[in-house]
Design a protein around this ligand. Structure first.
Ligand code: C5P
Length: 228
């Protein structure tokens, strides 16, 4: 068996961005590259864990040695995550999940015709998979450690730390990794600057470096929570 701080543990990681279909050829998507999720999968393998990787749209390949489930939409990602709860020791929600999806998916391609009015998109809310996983873990005996991500766009009027602390409480997860997203920062980038917040009240841990370094810090924190 593998050695390392996560030997004998199962870590489920979601990666990439969901795509919410509008019609057979179009979707609403986002700029997530999946690089942070892949870095987490690599670091979890290196720490000795069995890794379940649930990947939405990604720009980078999955590392060899993971159990890979491909998904497209938030609802598919939800099903895959809920199915993994019972066997997981750690759940890391690194995926960028669409908050909304089109209320209707057209059966054929939406066409522009001279007489038709411009289409109006109606959206409905997607379930919050992270919050739901926290609620269900008591029943499933599921992940002892649940990690969320928060990408804040650095709104000059908002204090990202306060906002992230509120999000950690609201979602009920154990750790929250706060990224401040600039136009070129974080999404698609190989480097990241993050702050790891913990529900146990310990000091926020700043991490700056490659996405792999951020991943290692997150997993070290998760392993410490599993093996106190
Ligand atoms: O609320 P917000 O989208 O900022 O929270 C981000 C965190 O919540 C991420 O960990 C993301 O994977 C997760 N999330 C989720 N389900 C959603 C939206 C976000 O699990 N519908």
């Amino acid at each position: 068996a593998a050695a390392g701080p996560l030997a004998g543990r199962t870590v489920t990681i979601t990666a990439g961005g969901t795509r919410e279909p509008l019609d057979p050829v179009r979707f609403l998507g986002n700029r997530s590259s999946g690089k942070q999720g892949m870095a987490l999968a690599e670091a979890a393998l290196a720490a000795g864990a069995s890794v379940n990787l649930i990947a939405a749209a990604v720009e980078v390949p999955a590392p060899a040695g993971v159990r890979l489930t491909r998904v497209e939409t938030a609802l598919e990602l939800r099903s895959a995550v809920l199915a993994s709860l019972a066997e997981s020791d750690v759940l890391i929600m690194a995926a960028a999940v669409a908050d909304f999806r089109p209320a209707q998916v057209a059966e054929s391609k939406i066409k522009k015709t001279d007489d038709a009015a411009e289409p109006v998109l109606q959206l409905v809310r997607n379930p919050d998979i992270l919050a739901e996983s926290v609620l269900r873990r008591a029943d499933t005996g599921g992940p002892a450690v649940i990690v969320g991500f928060a990408a804040e766009t650095g709104d000059p009027d908002a204090d990202p730390l306060t906002h992230a602390q509120l999000k950690l409480k609201r979602k009920g997860c154990d750790l929250l990794v706060l990224n401040v997203v600039g136009r070129d920062l974080v999404f698609g980038s190989d480097t990241s600057a993050a702050l790891i917040l913990a529900a146990d009240g310990s000091e926020p841990l700043p991490v700056e470096g490659s996405k792999r370094e951020v991943a290692e810090a997150v997993l070290a924190r998760a392993a410490a929570a599993l093996n106190p």
